[in-house]
Design a protein around this ligand. Structure first.
Ligand code: 5GP
Ligand code: ZN
Length: 115
């Protein structure tokens, strides 16, 4: 892992963050600067810089992100209202943290809990 990778530090608990989910392969935490009522970052523990750097053998990590997204969306109560999944790739694609992560963004049309 690069010594200066913020998400590796978060994964290793060298930087504070509250995990909404953790297993051997992934962590999930809230984006510090949310673009929507629900904005989670789904982060593989393996340090991969970006989609450009995935290699043969990483398919299960990448595929598992979508199963995790489905689970987290349901937990957040936005699976039916809908959400966006986004990878920013390199600087021109808006990536600022160079440790691969999937944005799960939604909650605009979340049904009020009393209905
Ligand atoms: P990117 O633009 O690289 O796809 O997304 C990086 C995301 O990480 C941004 O949306 C940014 O708000 C978020 N972020 C940056 N630093 C931190 C941090 O220290 N903690 C958390 N929870 N999110 C962060
Ligand atoms: Zn990293």
């Amino acid at each position: 892992m690069p010594a200066d990778c913020l998400f590796c530090k978060i994964i290793n608990r060298e930087e504070p963050s509250e995990f909404l989910y953790e297993d051997d392969t992934y962590v999930v935490f809230k984006d510090i600067n949310p673009h929507a009522p629900v904005h989670l970052l789904l982060v593989p523990k393996k340090h991969i810089r970006s989609i450009n750097d995935i290699q043969t053998g990483d398919e299960s990590i990448l595929g598992g992100l979508f199963t995790l997204a489905k689970k987290m969306a349901k937990e957040q109560g936005i699976n039916e209202s809908g959400y966006k999944l986004l990878f920013n790739v390199e600087k021109g694609g808006g990536q600022v943290i160079f440790h691969i992560h999937l944005h799960l963004i939604g909650g605009w049309h979340k049904r009020p809990s009393h209905l």
